[in-house]
Write a protein that binds this ligand. Sequence first.
Ligand SMILES: [Zn+2]
Length: 103
Amino acid sequence: MAYTSRVAIQSTHPATLVINLSDSRCGNCGKAALPNEFYHETVPGWNEPTVGCRFDFITTGTEYSGTEQREAVIRLRPDLTFTGVGFFTNGQGWVIHREAMTR
Ligand SMILES: [Zn+2]
């Protein structure tokens, strides 16, 4: 399957892949994630990796603001739509607080 064709697939379990300067997390479950996976398959860590929530990564986001960070995320995952800068909350999970700038 072509890398870009996946974007059009409708997912019943969509999640944001949150890519930071030195770590990546799943916007659905909040656990660590690998930045190159199509869905949250793996929770990497110091011990043995465990299984993620398996939600599909359809968008990206980051906890860091700035043009460089935004462009790095887009460069890393051009197949996913960059949604902007956000943060993790206790009650609501991943929340976008600054929309993606037009590019
Ligand atoms: Zn997850």
